[in-house]
Write a protein that binds this ligand. Structure first.
Ligand code: PHE
Ligand code: ZN
Length: 882
């Protein structure tokens, strides 16, 4: 076991294998109303070299032991100690394999933490990552303990006609008394966090699939009664994911069945249990009337992500939880690549970079920062973060950029070959790429160990007389809360020298090392490159496709950036130079106190935005991205300190108005051109047209200051994307207009029976940008359909309020902070994981102006004083105040 000290800090350096080896697991789970009986038989063996008197210690969590036998003999009371969170067997056999039979009993109906075995709308289901299996039975509950499982489920046939677990179904039958059973066999070794069981009265859709090598697989998506008609797109996304992984990575599926179950109460998005993925139903259930284009894209991504885990996570898992990014960063990279291939690569990359900067950058620049591979934790649940997932994916992306497509594929092939069946580490992973390509990755490896966002400073100097361009690149990293080192890392910088004709020049430096094709490899603190014989001063297009997760510090002239926004052959950079120009102008306006908010955006920038939006040569989805301004939290992050949310709001609002008044004609034309008459199709191209049309509508209503057009679209909309866009404009921009309240009421009546749409109704009201929204959310938590027990609903009201309503959450009177803190105390008693997650919305408290900062600190300190705080919430609060 890992040594536990300092209260309960777990440290990477303390890792050592278990004293006992687990050979196989055989379980019988009997489900009844109000209780579950779990019989577990383990085949164990003392590891060679372990002292003969070392006890066998198994993990538990809130467990009740009802029986215990060793090699068939009931254990005497003095032979073991059982507490709710530990089972210690003093004398386990010294040499031979032995059988341990453990009986436990739980009450799934009372399990509000949604970890272990619980019931959601009558359906029995499990969630075991990271440490939930120990809430079902005593176990060596850690990812490096792998075994094959055989699982027998018994339940009432009416309550649970469907009985599912991991692996392949092998047997089923009747038990009399209205009960029945099913047996599942999972031949692949797996850690307990990948265990799953589902039992209930479910509907399903099924489809056959044949893998590239001809193996037939039966695919199924299970839903609550009456919802299977909404699972078709998820099934389609699953099949496309399976084909893609065969083509792109040569990975085939390995069992006879692959099952997905959609569940209403779920802490996270979804879970990759072997052969039995369990999903938050938000990432499965869809139809045009109830789901937006963003929902479709989300389902596609999450379905792919969980499926891809079958190889990156399941066949090769993590040695310990410090290696979490080994499966998560890599699998996010894979799902991003999938979406890039299925949709527009540029638009997908813009979305990923926006999310990285909105979620990971503030985490990395605040008190909750941690390296992608942490070295210690108090509560692993708090490490399912943007840093592990998204910065982890960025490191894999840099690896692919450094090695090129072929080298990267060779390394991945070797990884699958070498480590199939293993619980591996980051070192194991990187060693495969070094072995396959011979490239030195020591400077890339440093990214895993250092927290914080490096700054990449760029300086250019063109000498017309000699026709020489000198580019100086410098990297630096500020020490932060994690206290990790600040050594130089390998930063792959994709670049181009763009000529006035819009074409890249041949850019081979005459001085300066380490340029391969269009990638500069910066591995030192500083380097200088010289380019000659350019014929003219080129525009430097740097960090194309955001080839490294850094803060770019480049005082490039506005004229050059406006030229690149028009000319750059790299479309991602056309967006990023423009977006940066807008962001910087907003920051300047905020620093000036928001006084000159008449137009925070210079006319040339407004013109560039409008020109991009109007350019028929560009795809509509990209043009819609150009129109999407930095959001209020983005501006707050760029400001960095003494943020006044009211000023930020006013500046963003003024920028929107500046674009809207200058662009009335453009937007009128776009609204007409992009209006679709064909039947709804969720494909990326159609979604892009809707995105552009709805952006145009938002600007038009801002220009006229008249909600009529939004009201009309709300009434006539034929799909949720258009309906919700119109409702959003009404409720957020015209909150007091009678039409807005009427539309909200209509929306509620139309979709009253659909929990996922109700979440949209709640979230929209919680994000109305004005301080008084606090009173609205207080009322919403009293609404008959609000529940503290459904994580989606809690996130829709409290989560979106704290994360997405900067004006109201950060009210100067501190009332927003105090209200959220009170809800956290309530929530912590029911579901600490969700409480801890929402508490992270306080993380940037130090960046606000003194009044708010003081209010936030006082609230956090008081919250930390609460008695019986969970480890989850206590950990987040403690670190936030550090
Ligand atoms: N492993 C899941 C995923 O990323 C996320 C998850 C973590 C789900 C913990 C549940 C609990 O795909
Ligand atoms: Zn994952």
């Amino acid at each position: 076991m890992l040594r536990i000290e300092d209260g309960q800090t777990i440290r990477l350096e303390d890792y050592r294998p278990t004293d006992f080896i687990l050979h196989c697991v055989d379980m019988t789970v009997r489900l009844f109303e109000g209780r579950a009986e779990i019989d577990t038989r383990l085949v164990l063996e003392r590891r060679e070299g372990v002292a003969e008197d070392a006890p066998l210690v198994l993990d538990g969590d809130e467990l009740t032991l009802t029986g215990l036998a060793l090699d068939g003999a009931v254990l005497e009371a003095d032979a073991y100690t059982a507490t709710p969170d530990r089972l210690t067997i003093r004398q386990a056999p010294a040499r031979d394999r032995f059988l341990l039979d453990i009986a436990t009993r739980t009450v799934p109906e009372e399990n509000t933490k949604l970890m272990g075995l619980y019931r959601s709308n009558g359906i029995w289901c499990t969630q075991c990552e990271a440490e939930g299996f120990r809430r079902i039975t005593y176990f060596l509950d850690r990812p490096d303990v792998l075994a094959p499982y055989r699982v027998r489920i018994e339940a009432d046939r009416t309550a649970a006609p469907v009985l599912l677990s991991n692996g392949n179904p092998t047997e089923s039958g009747d038990l009399g008394d209205g009960r029945h059973y099913a047996v599942w066999d999972d031949p692949f070794n797996k850690p307990a966090y990948l265990f799953a069981l589902v039992a209930g009265d479910l509907d399903s859709i099924r489809e056959p699939f044949t893998t590239a090598s001809g193996k037939p697989v039966e695919l199924a998506v299970y839903t609550e009664k009456g919802r299977a008609g909404q699972a078709g797109y998820a099934m389609d996304a699953l099949k496309r994911s399976m084909v893609w992984d065969e083509r792109r990575f040569g990975r085939e599926y390995d069992l006879d069945v692959f099952n997905i179950v959609a569940i209403a109460d779920f802490n996270m998005g979804a879970m990759e249990n072997k052969g039995l993925n369990v999903f938050n139903h938000k990432y499965v259930l869809l139809d045009p009337q109830t789901a937006t284009d963003a929902d479709y894209a989300g389902v596609e991504t999450v379905i792919a992500h969980e499926y891809f885990h079958n190889w990156t996570g399941n066949r090769i898992t993590c040695r310990d939880w410090f290696q979490l990014c080994l499966k998560e960063g890599l699998t996010v990279y894979r799902d991003q690549e999938f979406s890039a291939d299925e949709r527009s690569a540029t638009v997908q990359r813009i979305g990923a970079v926006r999310r990285l900067k909105a979620h990971q950058f503030p985490e990395d620049q605040g008190p909750l920062q941690h390296p992608v591979r942490p070295t210690e934790y108090k509560e692993i649940n708090n490490f399912y973060t943007a840093t592990i997932y998204d910065k982890g994916a960025e490191i894999v992306r840099m690896l692919a950029t450094i090695l090129g497509e072929d080298g990267f594929r060779k390394g991945m092939d070797l990884y699958f070959e070498r480590h199939d069946g293993d619980a591996a580490t980051i070192e194991d992973y990187l060693a495969c790429f070094e072995a396959a390509t011979g490239v030195d990755l020591s400077h890339l490896a440093v990214w895993y160990n250092q927290a914080g966002t490096p700054t990449l400073s760029v300086h250019e100097d063109y000498d017309a007389g000699t026709d020489r361009l000198t580019v100086t690149l410098r990297q630096s990293l500020e020490p932060g809360a994690a206290g990790t080192r600040t050594d130089p890392v390998h930063i792959p910088i994709r670049f181009g020298l763009v000529g006035s004709n819009g074409q890249d020049k041949d850019a081979v430096p005459t001085q300066g090392p380490d340029v391969e094709g269009d990638v500069i490899h910066l591995t030192e603190a500083e380097t200088t490159l010289v380019f000659e014989n350019l014929g003219e001063r080129p525009y430097l297009s740097i960090l194309r496709d955001f080839s490294a997760p850094v803060n770019l510090d480049f005082a490039q002239s506005e004229a050059d950036r406006l030229a690149l926004a028009r000319l750059d052959p790299n479309l991602f950079n056309r967006w990023s130079v423009l977006n940066d120009l807008i962001g910087e102008a907003m920051v300047r306006a905020c620093r000036a106190g928001g006084k000159e908010t008449a137009s925070p955006l210079p006319a040339e920038i407004v013109d560039a935005v409008l020109a991009t939006a109007a350019d028929p040569a560009l795809e509509p989805a990209f043009r819609a991205q150009a129109l999407a301004l930095p959001a209020e939290p983005d501006v707050a992050r760029m400001l960095g300190r003494d943020v006044d949310p009211q000023i930020v709001h006013d500046v963003v609002d003024a920028a929107r108005r500046a674009i809207s008044t200058a662009g009335v004609q453009v937007f009128e034309r776009l609204a007409a051109e992009m209006a679709t008459v064909q039947a709804f199709s969720p494909d990326a191209e159609s979604a892009g047209r809707r995105a552009l049309a709805n952006a145009a509508l938002a600007y038009l209503t801002a220009a006229t200051n008249d909600p009529a057009a939004a009201e009309a679209q709300y009434a006539s909309a034929s799909n949720m994307t258009d309906r919700l866009a119109a409702l959003g404009i009404l409720v957020h921009r015209f909150p007091d207009a009678p039409a807005s309240q009427a539309a909200l009421d209509d929306f509620y009546r139309r979709f009253e029976t659909d929990e996922l749409v109700l979440d949209k109704w709640f979230a929209l009201q919680a994000t109305v940008p004005r301080p008084a929204t606090l009173e609205t959310v207080i009322a919403l938590t009293g609404h008959a359909r609000f529940s503290m027990r459904n994580p989606n609903r809690v996130r829709a009201v409290i989560g979106t309020f704290a994360a997405g309503n900067q004006l109201a959450f950060h009210r100067p009177d501190g009332a927003g902070y105090r209200w959220v803190a009170e809800r956290l105390v309530e929530l912590d008693r029911l579901n600490p994981q969700i409480a801890a997650r929402i508490a992270t919305t306080f993380r940037s408290w130090r960046s606000f102006e003194p009044t708010r900062r003081g209010q936030a600190e006082a609230t956090l300190r008081q919250l930390l004083e609460t008695e019986h705080l969970s480890t989850d919430l206590g950990d987040i609060l403690g670190r936030s105040l550090k």
